[in-house]
Design a protein around this ligand. Structure first.
Ligand code: F6R
Length: 594
Protein backbone atom coordinates (compact mmCIF):
# COMPACT_ATOMS: atom_id res chain seq x y z
CA UNK A 1 0.00 0.00 0.00
CA UNK A 2 1.10 3.58 -0.44
CA UNK A 3 3.52 5.09 2.03
CA UNK A 4 4.03 8.78 2.67
CA UNK A 5 6.81 10.77 4.22
CA UNK A 6 7.53 14.41 4.98
CA UNK A 7 10.47 16.31 6.44
CA UNK A 8 10.95 19.84 7.65
CA UNK A 9 14.05 20.99 9.49
CA UNK A 10 17.51 22.34 8.89
CA UNK A 11 19.11 19.42 7.07
CA UNK A 12 18.92 18.65 3.36
CA UNK A 13 15.53 16.98 2.90
CA UNK A 14 16.15 14.77 -0.13
CA UNK A 15 18.53 12.16 1.38
CA UNK A 16 16.29 11.90 4.46
CA UNK A 17 13.18 11.41 2.31
CA UNK A 18 14.86 8.69 0.25
CA UNK A 19 16.10 6.90 3.36
CA UNK A 20 12.63 7.00 4.93
CA UNK A 21 11.00 5.81 1.70
CA UNK A 22 13.42 2.87 1.75
CA UNK A 23 12.07 1.96 5.19
CA UNK A 24 8.53 2.01 3.76
CA UNK A 25 9.31 -0.37 0.88
CA UNK A 26 7.96 -3.33 2.82
CA UNK A 27 4.42 -1.98 2.44
CA UNK A 28 4.56 -2.92 -1.24
CA UNK A 29 4.67 -0.32 -4.03
CA UNK A 30 5.15 0.10 -7.75
CA UNK A 31 6.43 3.66 -8.12
CA UNK A 32 7.84 6.40 -5.93
CA UNK A 33 8.81 10.05 -5.89
CA UNK A 34 10.01 13.04 -3.89
CA UNK A 35 9.44 16.80 -3.98
CA UNK A 36 11.68 19.36 -2.30
CA UNK A 37 10.88 23.03 -1.82
CA UNK A 38 13.39 25.78 -2.35
CA UNK A 39 12.42 28.89 -4.31
CA UNK A 40 10.30 26.57 -6.46
CA UNK A 41 9.22 22.94 -6.13
CA UNK A 42 11.57 20.30 -7.53
CA UNK A 43 9.95 16.92 -8.22
CA UNK A 44 11.40 13.60 -9.27
CA UNK A 45 9.23 10.50 -9.56
CA UNK A 46 9.01 7.32 -11.61
CA UNK A 47 7.83 3.71 -11.70
CA UNK A 48 11.08 2.45 -10.17
CA UNK A 49 12.38 1.15 -6.83
CA UNK A 50 13.45 3.71 -4.23
CA UNK A 51 17.13 2.79 -4.65
CA UNK A 52 16.97 3.48 -8.38
CA UNK A 53 15.16 6.76 -7.78
CA UNK A 54 17.99 7.83 -5.45
CA UNK A 55 20.59 7.01 -8.09
CA UNK A 56 18.98 8.78 -11.05
CA UNK A 57 17.25 11.71 -9.37
CA UNK A 58 18.97 15.12 -9.61
CA UNK A 59 20.23 16.49 -6.27
CA UNK A 60 17.71 18.99 -4.95
CA UNK A 61 18.65 21.59 -2.39
CA UNK A 62 16.05 22.38 0.25
CA UNK A 63 15.21 21.60 3.87
CA UNK A 64 11.52 20.79 3.43
CA UNK A 65 10.18 17.95 1.32
CA UNK A 66 7.70 15.15 0.82
CA UNK A 67 7.91 11.64 -0.59
CA UNK A 68 5.67 8.75 -1.55
CA UNK A 69 5.64 5.08 -2.47
CA UNK A 70 2.59 4.32 -4.62
CA UNK A 71 0.60 1.09 -4.88
CA UNK A 72 -1.58 1.61 -7.93
CA UNK A 73 -5.35 1.87 -7.52
CA UNK A 74 -6.45 4.60 -9.98
CA UNK A 75 -4.27 4.34 -13.08
CA UNK A 76 -1.35 2.07 -13.89
CA UNK A 77 2.11 2.36 -12.30
CA UNK A 78 3.82 5.10 -14.32
CA UNK A 79 5.83 8.27 -14.02
CA UNK A 80 2.81 10.59 -14.35
CA UNK A 81 0.67 8.62 -11.94
CA UNK A 82 3.39 8.54 -9.28
CA UNK A 83 3.23 11.06 -6.42
CA UNK A 84 3.93 13.88 -5.53
CA UNK A 85 1.24 15.57 -7.62
CA UNK A 86 1.29 19.26 -8.49
CA UNK A 87 -1.25 21.99 -9.11
CA UNK A 88 -1.35 23.95 -12.42
CA UNK A 89 1.22 26.50 -11.26
CA UNK A 90 3.67 23.83 -10.08
CA UNK A 91 4.00 25.53 -6.72
CA UNK A 92 1.83 23.22 -4.59
CA UNK A 93 2.89 19.58 -4.19
CA UNK A 94 0.90 16.87 -2.42
CA UNK A 95 1.44 13.26 -1.41
CA UNK A 96 -1.71 11.30 -0.57
CA UNK A 97 -2.62 7.92 0.92
CA UNK A 98 -6.21 6.78 0.69
CA UNK A 99 -8.96 7.03 -1.90
CA UNK A 100 -10.93 10.10 -3.00
CA UNK A 101 -14.33 8.61 -3.78
CA UNK A 102 -15.78 11.67 -5.52
CA UNK A 103 -12.66 12.51 -7.56
CA UNK A 104 -14.36 12.16 -10.93
CA UNK A 105 -16.98 14.77 -10.12
CA UNK A 106 -14.35 17.08 -8.58
CA UNK A 107 -12.07 16.63 -11.60
CA UNK A 108 -14.84 17.49 -14.07
CA UNK A 109 -15.68 20.58 -12.05
CA UNK A 110 -12.02 21.67 -11.81
CA UNK A 111 -11.49 21.12 -15.55
CA UNK A 112 -14.54 23.29 -16.29
CA UNK A 113 -12.90 25.97 -14.13
CA UNK A 114 -9.70 25.84 -16.22
CA UNK A 115 -7.52 23.32 -14.36
CA UNK A 116 -5.61 20.77 -16.41
CA UNK A 117 -4.71 17.29 -15.21
CA UNK A 118 -1.87 15.03 -16.25
CA UNK A 119 -2.52 11.78 -14.36
CA UNK A 120 -5.29 9.19 -14.07
CA UNK A 121 -5.15 9.31 -10.27
CA UNK A 122 -7.79 10.37 -7.80
CA UNK A 123 -5.09 12.11 -5.73
CA UNK A 124 -4.32 14.79 -8.31
CA UNK A 125 -7.56 16.63 -7.52
CA UNK A 126 -6.11 17.60 -4.11
CA UNK A 127 -3.36 20.02 -5.24
CA UNK A 128 -5.81 21.54 -7.72
CA UNK A 129 -8.44 22.07 -5.03
CA UNK A 130 -5.82 23.65 -2.76
CA UNK A 131 -4.77 25.92 -5.64
CA UNK A 132 -8.41 26.89 -6.18
CA UNK A 133 -8.86 27.87 -2.53
CA UNK A 134 -5.43 29.44 -1.95
CA UNK A 135 -5.71 33.14 -1.12
CA UNK A 136 -2.47 33.63 0.79
CA UNK A 137 -2.94 31.07 3.60
CA UNK A 138 -1.99 27.45 2.88
CA UNK A 139 -3.69 25.96 5.94
CA UNK A 140 -7.01 27.65 5.11
CA UNK A 141 -6.74 26.44 1.52
CA UNK A 142 -6.17 22.85 2.68
CA UNK A 143 -9.15 23.05 5.05
CA UNK A 144 -11.37 24.36 2.27
CA UNK A 145 -10.13 21.75 -0.20
CA UNK A 146 -10.77 18.88 2.20
CA UNK A 147 -14.35 20.09 2.72
CA UNK A 148 -15.00 19.14 -0.92
CA UNK A 149 -13.38 15.74 -0.64
CA UNK A 150 -15.23 12.50 0.14
CA UNK A 151 -13.12 9.49 1.00
CA UNK A 152 -10.02 8.69 2.99
CA UNK A 153 -6.77 10.57 3.13
CA UNK A 154 -3.49 11.19 4.82
CA UNK A 155 -1.87 14.10 3.01
CA UNK A 156 1.26 16.20 3.27
CA UNK A 157 1.28 19.51 1.41
CA UNK A 158 4.30 21.55 0.39
CA UNK A 159 4.23 25.02 -1.17
CA UNK A 160 7.13 26.71 -2.93
CA UNK A 161 8.84 29.40 -0.87
CA UNK A 162 7.10 28.41 2.41
CA UNK A 163 9.17 26.70 5.07
CA UNK A 164 6.23 24.76 6.47
CA UNK A 165 4.24 21.61 5.75
CA UNK A 166 0.50 21.22 6.11
CA UNK A 167 -0.74 17.73 6.98
CA UNK A 168 -4.19 16.19 7.43
CA UNK A 169 -5.71 12.79 7.98
CA UNK A 170 -9.04 11.01 7.75
CA UNK A 171 -9.34 7.20 7.77
CA UNK A 172 -5.70 6.78 6.81
CA UNK A 173 -2.81 6.80 9.30
CA UNK A 174 -0.35 9.65 9.70
CA UNK A 175 2.25 10.08 12.41
CA UNK A 176 4.58 12.89 13.37
CA UNK A 177 8.14 12.13 14.47
CA UNK A 178 9.57 14.82 16.70
CA UNK A 179 13.25 15.60 16.34
CA UNK A 180 15.56 18.35 17.51
CA UNK A 181 14.38 21.43 15.59
CA UNK A 182 13.04 19.14 12.87
CA UNK A 183 9.83 17.18 12.29
CA UNK A 184 9.13 14.05 10.31
CA UNK A 185 5.81 12.78 8.95
CA UNK A 186 5.03 9.25 7.88
CA UNK A 187 2.30 6.74 7.31
CA UNK A 188 4.18 4.25 9.44
CA UNK A 189 6.57 4.25 12.40
CA UNK A 190 9.48 2.22 10.90
CA UNK A 191 9.95 4.94 8.26
CA UNK A 192 11.31 7.45 10.77
CA UNK A 193 13.03 5.24 13.36
CA UNK A 194 16.48 6.20 12.04
CA UNK A 195 15.81 9.75 13.22
CA UNK A 196 13.53 9.72 16.24
CA UNK A 197 11.46 7.52 18.53
CA UNK A 198 9.22 10.36 19.76
CA UNK A 199 5.92 10.07 17.96
CA UNK A 200 2.52 11.76 17.87
CA UNK A 201 -0.42 10.00 16.22
CA UNK A 202 -2.71 12.39 14.39
CA UNK A 203 -6.40 11.74 15.04
CA UNK A 204 -9.31 11.65 12.60
CA UNK A 205 -9.95 15.10 11.17
CA UNK A 206 -6.71 16.64 12.48
CA UNK A 207 -4.96 19.27 10.41
CA UNK A 208 -1.42 20.25 11.33
CA UNK A 209 0.94 23.03 10.31
CA UNK A 210 4.57 22.16 10.89
CA UNK A 211 7.76 24.21 10.94
CA UNK A 212 11.16 23.00 12.19
CA UNK A 213 10.30 24.36 15.63
CA UNK A 214 6.94 22.77 16.21
CA UNK A 215 3.56 21.76 14.99
CA UNK A 216 0.14 23.27 15.63
CA UNK A 217 -2.71 20.80 15.34
CA UNK A 218 -6.32 21.86 14.84
CA UNK A 219 -9.55 19.95 14.64
CA UNK A 220 -12.76 21.66 13.57
CA UNK A 221 -10.88 24.97 13.83
CA UNK A 222 -9.90 24.57 17.49
CA UNK A 223 -6.30 23.96 18.54
CA UNK A 224 -5.76 20.51 20.11
CA UNK A 225 -2.83 18.84 21.85
CA UNK A 226 -1.98 15.25 20.99
CA UNK A 227 -0.06 13.06 23.38
CA UNK A 228 3.55 12.16 22.59
CA UNK A 229 4.47 8.45 22.61
CA UNK A 230 7.88 6.86 22.90
CA UNK A 231 8.42 4.01 20.44
CA UNK A 232 10.25 1.10 22.03
CA UNK A 233 11.16 -0.59 18.73
CA UNK A 234 14.72 0.02 17.61
CA UNK A 235 15.99 0.50 14.07
CA UNK A 236 17.53 -2.98 14.37
CA UNK A 237 14.07 -4.40 15.11
CA UNK A 238 13.02 -3.08 11.74
CA UNK A 239 16.13 -4.42 9.95
CA UNK A 240 17.17 -7.89 8.82
CA UNK A 241 19.80 -8.53 11.50
CA UNK A 242 21.89 -10.96 9.43
CA UNK A 243 18.98 -13.01 8.08
CA UNK A 244 18.56 -13.33 4.33
CA UNK A 245 14.94 -12.18 4.52
CA UNK A 246 12.74 -10.31 6.97
CA UNK A 247 10.33 -13.24 6.90
CA UNK A 248 12.96 -15.68 8.19
CA UNK A 249 14.08 -13.22 10.85
CA UNK A 250 10.49 -12.70 11.96
CA UNK A 251 9.81 -16.46 12.05
CA UNK A 252 12.87 -16.86 14.29
CA UNK A 253 11.74 -14.06 16.60
CA UNK A 254 8.62 -15.99 17.58
CA UNK A 255 9.84 -17.53 20.87
CA UNK A 256 10.64 -13.99 22.05
CA UNK A 257 7.35 -12.63 20.70
CA UNK A 258 5.45 -15.27 22.69
CA UNK A 259 7.39 -14.38 25.85
CA UNK A 260 6.93 -10.63 25.30
CA UNK A 261 3.22 -10.83 24.53
CA UNK A 262 2.39 -13.17 27.39
CA UNK A 263 4.76 -11.30 29.73
CA UNK A 264 3.08 -8.00 29.02
CA UNK A 265 -0.34 -9.34 29.92
CA UNK A 266 0.29 -11.96 32.58
CA UNK A 267 2.17 -9.44 34.70
CA UNK A 268 -0.43 -6.72 34.39
CA UNK A 269 -3.92 -6.58 35.79
CA UNK A 270 -4.85 -4.60 32.68
CA UNK A 271 -6.55 -7.54 31.02
CA UNK A 272 -8.78 -8.30 33.97
CA UNK A 273 -9.98 -4.73 33.96
CA UNK A 274 -10.72 -4.96 30.26
CA UNK A 275 -12.79 -8.08 30.53
CA UNK A 276 -14.74 -6.98 33.55
CA UNK A 277 -16.62 -4.84 31.06
CA UNK A 278 -17.62 -7.89 29.06
CA UNK A 279 -18.69 -9.82 32.14
CA UNK A 280 -20.64 -6.94 33.64
CA UNK A 281 -22.60 -6.42 30.46
CA UNK A 282 -23.78 -10.03 30.48
CA UNK A 283 -22.23 -10.99 27.19
CA UNK A 284 -23.78 -14.16 25.81
CA UNK A 285 -21.84 -14.57 22.59
CA UNK A 286 -18.78 -13.31 20.84
CA UNK A 287 -18.03 -12.13 17.32
CA UNK A 288 -14.42 -12.09 16.09
CA UNK A 289 -13.71 -10.10 12.92
CA UNK A 290 -10.54 -10.00 10.87
CA UNK A 291 -9.00 -10.38 7.41
CA UNK A 292 -6.40 -12.72 5.89
CA UNK A 293 -3.97 -14.24 8.34
CA UNK A 294 -5.62 -12.42 11.24
CA UNK A 295 -8.89 -14.09 10.21
CA UNK A 296 -7.19 -17.44 10.65
CA UNK A 297 -6.24 -16.35 14.18
CA UNK A 298 -9.91 -15.42 14.65
CA UNK A 299 -10.99 -18.91 13.55
CA UNK A 300 -8.59 -20.50 16.03
CA UNK A 301 -9.91 -18.04 18.62
CA UNK A 302 -13.39 -19.46 18.02
CA UNK A 303 -12.23 -22.93 19.07
CA UNK A 304 -10.31 -21.61 22.08
CA UNK A 305 -13.04 -19.30 23.40
CA UNK A 306 -15.88 -21.78 22.86
CA UNK A 307 -13.88 -24.44 24.68
CA UNK A 308 -12.83 -22.28 27.64
CA UNK A 309 -15.63 -19.71 27.99
CA UNK A 310 -18.47 -21.97 26.83
CA UNK A 311 -20.20 -19.23 24.84
CA UNK A 312 -21.00 -19.33 21.12
CA UNK A 313 -18.41 -17.56 18.99
CA UNK A 314 -18.65 -16.44 15.35
CA UNK A 315 -15.47 -15.72 13.44
CA UNK A 316 -16.21 -13.58 10.39
CA UNK A 317 -14.26 -12.19 7.45
CA UNK A 318 -14.52 -8.43 8.01
CA UNK A 319 -15.14 -7.56 4.35
CA UNK A 320 -18.09 -9.99 4.17
CA UNK A 321 -19.52 -8.98 7.52
CA UNK A 322 -20.15 -5.57 5.96
CA UNK A 323 -22.83 -7.01 3.67
CA UNK A 324 -25.33 -8.86 5.78
CA UNK A 325 -27.63 -8.21 8.72
CA UNK A 326 -26.37 -9.10 12.13
CA UNK A 327 -27.97 -10.19 15.34
CA UNK A 328 -25.76 -8.50 17.85
CA UNK A 329 -27.74 -8.29 21.08
CA UNK A 330 -25.64 -9.58 23.97
CA UNK A 331 -22.61 -9.92 21.69
CA UNK A 332 -19.10 -8.67 22.44
CA UNK A 333 -16.96 -8.10 19.38
CA UNK A 334 -13.24 -8.53 18.92
CA UNK A 335 -11.39 -7.20 15.90
CA UNK A 336 -7.98 -8.66 15.17
CA UNK A 337 -5.75 -6.59 12.91
CA UNK A 338 -2.00 -6.53 13.28
CA UNK A 339 -1.67 -3.20 11.44
CA UNK A 340 -4.81 -1.67 12.92
CA UNK A 341 -5.33 0.01 9.53
CA UNK A 342 -6.96 -2.62 7.30
CA UNK A 343 -9.81 -0.82 5.54
CA UNK A 344 -12.23 -3.79 5.58
CA UNK A 345 -11.70 -4.32 9.30
CA UNK A 346 -12.10 -0.62 10.07
CA UNK A 347 -15.34 -0.40 8.10
CA UNK A 348 -16.75 -3.37 10.01
CA UNK A 349 -15.80 -2.03 13.42
CA UNK A 350 -17.18 1.43 12.69
CA UNK A 351 -20.52 -0.23 11.95
CA UNK A 352 -20.31 -2.23 15.16
CA UNK A 353 -19.64 0.89 17.16
CA UNK A 354 -22.60 2.61 15.50
CA UNK A 355 -24.97 -0.13 16.69
CA UNK A 356 -23.54 0.10 20.21
CA UNK A 357 -21.58 -3.16 20.23
CA UNK A 358 -18.79 -3.35 22.84
CA UNK A 359 -15.56 -3.75 20.93
CA UNK A 360 -12.08 -4.99 21.80
CA UNK A 361 -9.20 -4.51 19.35
CA UNK A 362 -6.20 -6.81 19.23
CA UNK A 363 -3.47 -5.06 17.28
CA UNK A 364 0.29 -4.75 17.05
CA UNK A 365 0.43 -1.03 16.36
CA UNK A 366 0.12 1.43 19.21
CA UNK A 367 -2.14 4.33 18.29
CA UNK A 368 -3.48 2.64 15.15
CA UNK A 369 -6.95 3.57 13.92
CA UNK A 370 -8.50 0.32 15.20
CA UNK A 371 -7.16 1.01 18.68
CA UNK A 372 -8.71 4.45 18.66
CA UNK A 373 -12.14 3.25 17.58
CA UNK A 374 -12.36 0.27 19.94
CA UNK A 375 -13.58 0.48 23.53
CA UNK A 376 -10.52 -1.44 24.70
CA UNK A 377 -7.29 -2.46 23.02
CA UNK A 378 -4.90 -5.27 23.81
CA UNK A 379 -1.55 -4.84 22.11
CA UNK A 380 0.42 -7.79 20.83
CA UNK A 381 4.16 -7.40 21.38
CA UNK A 382 5.45 -8.65 18.05
CA UNK A 383 7.60 -5.59 17.25
CA UNK A 384 7.61 -4.24 13.70
CA UNK A 385 6.62 -6.84 11.11
CA UNK A 386 8.25 -5.94 7.81
CA UNK A 387 7.70 -9.05 5.70
CA UNK A 388 4.45 -8.78 3.76
CA UNK A 389 3.63 -12.35 4.79
CA UNK A 390 2.48 -12.16 8.40
CA UNK A 391 4.14 -14.64 10.77
CA UNK A 392 5.04 -13.36 14.22
CA UNK A 393 2.03 -11.04 14.40
CA UNK A 394 -0.22 -14.11 13.90
CA UNK A 395 1.46 -16.05 16.72
CA UNK A 396 1.24 -12.97 18.97
CA UNK A 397 -2.49 -12.66 18.19
CA UNK A 398 -2.96 -16.28 19.23
CA UNK A 399 -1.16 -15.56 22.51
CA UNK A 400 -3.61 -12.79 23.35
CA UNK A 401 -6.55 -15.06 22.49
CA UNK A 402 -5.19 -17.88 24.67
CA UNK A 403 -4.58 -15.55 27.57
CA UNK A 404 -7.93 -13.83 27.17
CA UNK A 405 -9.84 -17.13 27.14
CA UNK A 406 -7.84 -18.59 30.01
CA UNK A 407 -8.39 -15.50 32.14
CA UNK A 408 -12.15 -15.97 31.96
CA UNK A 409 -12.24 -19.71 31.54
CA UNK A 410 -15.00 -21.88 32.91
CA UNK A 411 -12.69 -24.90 32.74
CA UNK A 412 -11.80 -26.62 36.01
CA UNK A 413 -8.73 -25.60 37.99
CA UNK A 414 -6.74 -28.71 37.10
CA UNK A 415 -7.18 -28.22 33.35
CA UNK A 416 -6.37 -24.53 33.64
CA UNK A 417 -3.21 -25.22 35.64
CA UNK A 418 -2.07 -27.68 33.01
CA UNK A 419 -2.86 -25.19 30.21
CA UNK A 420 -0.88 -22.52 32.00
CA UNK A 421 2.16 -24.80 32.16
CA UNK A 422 1.70 -25.59 28.46
CA UNK A 423 1.46 -21.91 27.59
CA UNK A 424 4.67 -21.10 29.44
CA UNK A 425 6.49 -23.92 27.62
CA UNK A 426 5.51 -22.63 24.19
CA UNK A 427 8.64 -20.50 23.55
CA UNK A 428 10.90 -23.54 23.99
CA UNK A 429 8.57 -25.76 21.92
CA UNK A 430 8.62 -23.21 19.09
CA UNK A 431 12.41 -23.00 19.41
CA UNK A 432 12.52 -26.77 18.91
CA UNK A 433 10.64 -26.42 15.61
CA UNK A 434 13.06 -23.69 14.52
CA UNK A 435 16.11 -25.77 15.47
CA UNK A 436 14.90 -28.84 13.64
CA UNK A 437 14.65 -27.60 10.06
CA UNK A 438 16.22 -30.49 8.12
CA UNK A 439 13.03 -32.38 7.35
CA UNK A 440 11.22 -29.13 6.51
CA UNK A 441 14.00 -28.22 4.06
CA UNK A 442 13.77 -31.63 2.42
CA UNK A 443 9.98 -31.32 2.04
CA UNK A 444 10.34 -27.76 0.70
CA UNK A 445 12.72 -28.95 -2.03
CA UNK A 446 10.18 -31.63 -2.94
CA UNK A 447 7.16 -29.28 -2.93
CA UNK A 448 8.90 -26.64 -5.01
CA UNK A 449 8.48 -28.82 -8.10
CA UNK A 450 4.66 -28.86 -7.90
CA UNK A 451 2.05 -26.27 -8.92
CA UNK A 452 -0.93 -27.41 -6.82
CA UNK A 453 -0.99 -28.39 -3.15
CA UNK A 454 -3.74 -29.15 -0.62
CA UNK A 455 -3.40 -28.54 3.11
CA UNK A 456 -5.85 -30.38 5.33
CA UNK A 457 -6.61 -30.12 9.03
CA UNK A 458 -9.43 -30.91 11.44
CA UNK A 459 -10.82 -29.12 14.48
CA UNK A 460 -8.57 -26.41 15.84
CA UNK A 461 -6.02 -27.26 13.12
CA UNK A 462 -8.42 -26.60 10.24
CA UNK A 463 -7.56 -22.86 10.35
CA UNK A 464 -3.88 -23.90 10.43
CA UNK A 465 -4.43 -25.66 7.09
CA UNK A 466 -5.89 -22.39 5.73
CA UNK A 467 -2.93 -20.43 7.05
CA UNK A 468 -0.38 -22.95 5.71
CA UNK A 469 -1.96 -22.68 2.26
CA UNK A 470 -2.12 -18.88 2.40
CA UNK A 471 1.57 -18.63 3.35
CA UNK A 472 2.63 -21.01 0.58
CA UNK A 473 0.58 -19.35 -2.16
CA UNK A 474 1.50 -15.78 -1.31
CA UNK A 475 5.26 -16.22 -1.27
CA UNK A 476 5.97 -19.23 -3.52
CA UNK A 477 3.16 -18.61 -6.06
CA UNK A 478 2.21 -22.30 -5.86
CA UNK A 479 -1.56 -22.71 -5.98
CA UNK A 480 -2.45 -23.99 -2.52
CA UNK A 481 -5.80 -24.66 -0.89
CA UNK A 482 -6.57 -25.22 2.75
CA UNK A 483 -9.44 -27.61 3.49
CA UNK A 484 -11.20 -29.14 6.43
CA UNK A 485 -10.04 -32.75 6.01
CA UNK A 486 -13.62 -34.03 5.97
CA UNK A 487 -14.55 -31.74 3.06
CA UNK A 488 -11.98 -33.06 0.61
CA UNK A 489 -14.16 -35.96 -0.47
CA UNK A 490 -17.05 -33.58 -1.21
CA UNK A 491 -15.47 -32.33 -4.44
CA UNK A 492 -11.73 -31.62 -4.29
CA UNK A 493 -11.03 -35.39 -4.50
CA UNK A 494 -11.43 -34.90 -8.26
CA UNK A 495 -8.09 -33.08 -8.26
CA UNK A 496 -6.10 -35.69 -6.33
CA UNK A 497 -3.38 -37.67 -8.11
CA UNK A 498 0.38 -37.91 -8.42
CA UNK A 499 0.72 -34.21 -9.36
CA UNK A 500 -1.13 -32.90 -6.31
CA UNK A 501 0.65 -33.35 -2.98
CA UNK A 502 -1.41 -33.12 0.20
CA UNK A 503 -0.06 -31.84 3.50
CA UNK A 504 -2.02 -33.29 6.42
CA UNK A 505 -1.88 -31.77 9.90
CA UNK A 506 -2.22 -34.68 12.27
CA UNK A 507 -3.06 -33.58 15.82
CA UNK A 508 -3.16 -35.79 18.90
CA UNK A 509 -6.75 -34.95 19.79
CA UNK A 510 -10.22 -36.32 19.10
CA UNK A 511 -9.66 -35.84 15.36
CA UNK A 512 -6.68 -38.24 15.17
CA UNK A 513 -8.36 -41.48 14.09
CA UNK A 514 -10.54 -39.82 11.46
CA UNK A 515 -7.54 -37.98 10.10
CA UNK A 516 -5.69 -41.29 9.64
CA UNK A 517 -8.70 -42.59 7.70
CA UNK A 518 -8.68 -39.45 5.51
CA UNK A 519 -4.97 -39.96 4.84
CA UNK A 520 -5.59 -43.52 3.68
CA UNK A 521 -8.35 -42.28 1.33
CA UNK A 522 -5.97 -39.71 -0.14
CA UNK A 523 -3.14 -42.20 -0.56
CA UNK A 524 -5.54 -44.54 -2.37
CA UNK A 525 -6.02 -41.76 -4.96
CA UNK A 526 -2.29 -41.48 -5.63
CA UNK A 527 -1.44 -38.10 -4.08
CA UNK A 528 1.96 -37.76 -2.41
CA UNK A 529 1.32 -37.14 1.30
CA UNK A 530 3.38 -35.11 3.76
CA UNK A 531 2.22 -35.35 7.36
CA UNK A 532 2.86 -32.79 10.07
CA UNK A 533 2.69 -34.91 13.20
CA UNK A 534 3.73 -34.91 16.84
CA UNK A 535 6.91 -36.59 18.00
CA UNK A 536 6.20 -40.12 19.17
CA UNK A 537 3.45 -40.74 16.60
CA UNK A 538 4.53 -44.16 15.31
CA UNK A 539 1.48 -44.91 13.17
CA UNK A 540 1.84 -41.93 10.85
CA UNK A 541 5.26 -42.99 9.51
CA UNK A 542 3.65 -46.04 7.92
CA UNK A 543 0.97 -44.03 6.10
CA UNK A 544 2.69 -40.84 4.94
CA UNK A 545 5.42 -40.45 2.32
CA UNK A 546 7.20 -37.93 4.52
CA UNK A 547 6.72 -36.78 8.09
CA UNK A 548 7.63 -33.40 9.57
CA UNK A 549 7.74 -33.85 13.32
CA UNK A 550 6.72 -31.15 15.78
CA UNK A 551 7.09 -31.23 19.57
CA UNK A 552 4.30 -32.61 21.75
CA UNK A 553 2.05 -29.89 23.23
CA UNK A 554 -1.49 -29.75 24.61
CA UNK A 555 -3.82 -30.07 21.59
CA UNK A 556 -5.09 -26.54 22.27
CA UNK A 557 -1.60 -25.17 21.54
CA UNK A 558 -0.94 -27.41 18.52
CA UNK A 559 -1.82 -24.55 16.08
CA UNK A 560 1.26 -22.68 17.35
CA UNK A 561 3.91 -25.32 16.64
CA UNK A 562 2.15 -26.50 13.48
CA UNK A 563 1.89 -22.98 12.06
CA UNK A 564 5.57 -22.25 12.72
CA UNK A 565 6.54 -25.45 10.86
CA UNK A 566 4.29 -24.46 7.92
CA UNK A 567 5.74 -20.92 7.87
CA UNK A 568 9.22 -22.46 7.44
CA UNK A 569 7.91 -24.85 4.80
CA UNK A 570 6.45 -21.95 2.79
CA UNK A 571 9.63 -19.89 3.27
CA UNK A 572 12.03 -22.59 2.07
CA UNK A 573 9.76 -23.61 -0.81
CA UNK A 574 9.63 -19.99 -2.02
CA UNK A 575 13.39 -19.68 -1.60
CA UNK A 576 13.93 -22.84 -3.64
CA UNK A 577 11.80 -21.29 -6.41
CA UNK A 578 13.75 -18.01 -6.28
CA UNK A 579 10.75 -15.86 -5.31
CA UNK A 580 11.03 -12.32 -3.86
CA UNK A 581 9.97 -13.56 -0.43
CA UNK A 582 9.59 -10.34 1.55
CA UNK A 583 7.74 -8.44 -1.18
CA UNK A 584 5.52 -10.85 -3.11
CA UNK A 585 4.06 -9.56 -6.36
CA UNK A 586 0.76 -7.62 -6.16
CA UNK A 587 0.67 -7.70 -2.35
CA UNK A 588 1.02 -4.97 0.23
CA UNK A 589 1.65 -5.08 3.95
CA UNK A 590 -1.23 -2.98 5.04
CA UNK A 591 -4.37 -3.13 2.89
CA UNK A 592 -5.94 0.29 3.30
CA UNK A 593 -8.47 -0.02 0.47
CA UNK A 594 -11.71 -2.03 0.48
C1 F6R B 1 -0.95 -12.60 4.88
C2 F6R B 1 -1.22 -11.28 5.42
C3 F6R B 1 -2.56 -10.68 5.20
C4 F6R B 1 -3.01 -9.90 6.44
C5 F6R B 1 -4.34 -9.18 6.16
C6 F6R B 1 -4.89 -8.49 7.40
O1 F6R B 1 0.32 -13.04 5.20
O2 F6R B 1 -0.38 -10.67 6.01
O3 F6R B 1 -3.50 -11.66 4.87
O4 F6R B 1 -3.16 -10.79 7.51
O5 F6R B 1 -4.14 -8.23 5.15
O6 F6R B 1 -3.98 -7.58 7.91
P1 F6R B 1 -4.15 -6.95 9.36
O7 F6R B 1 -3.91 -8.03 10.35
O8 F6R B 1 -3.12 -5.87 9.43
O9 F6R B 1 -5.55 -6.43 9.44
Amino acid sequence: MCGIIGYIGNRQAQPILLNCLGMLEYRGYDSCGVAVSSSGIEVYKDAVRVEALGKVSPQFSGTAGIGHTRWATHGKPSQVNAHPHLDCTGSIAVVHNGIINNFQRLKRQLISEGHSFVSETDSEVIPHLIEKYYHGNLEEAVVAALRDVEGSYAIIVLRAGEHRLVVARKDSPLIIGIGDRENFFASDVPAILDYTNRVIYLEEGDIGVATPDGIKIRRDGAEVVREEHKILWSVEDAQKGGYEHFMLKEIHEQPKVIRDTLGAHTQATELEVDLAVVRDRGIESMLILACGTSYHAALIGKYIVEDLLRIPVRAEIASEFNYYGQTLAGTAAIVITQSGETADALKAIRRLKEVGCWLLAITNVVGSTASRIANQTIYTRAGPEVSVAATKSFIAELMVLYWLAMSYSKADGKRLASLLIGLRQLPSKVQQVLDDEDKILECARYLSGYENVFFIGRGINFPVALEGALKLKEISYIHAEGYAAGELKHGPFALLGSNTPVIAIVAQDNTYDTMLTNIKEIKARGSPLIALAEEGDEAIGELADSVITVPRVDAMFSPVVNTVALQLLAYYTAKQRGCPIDFPRNLAKSVTVE
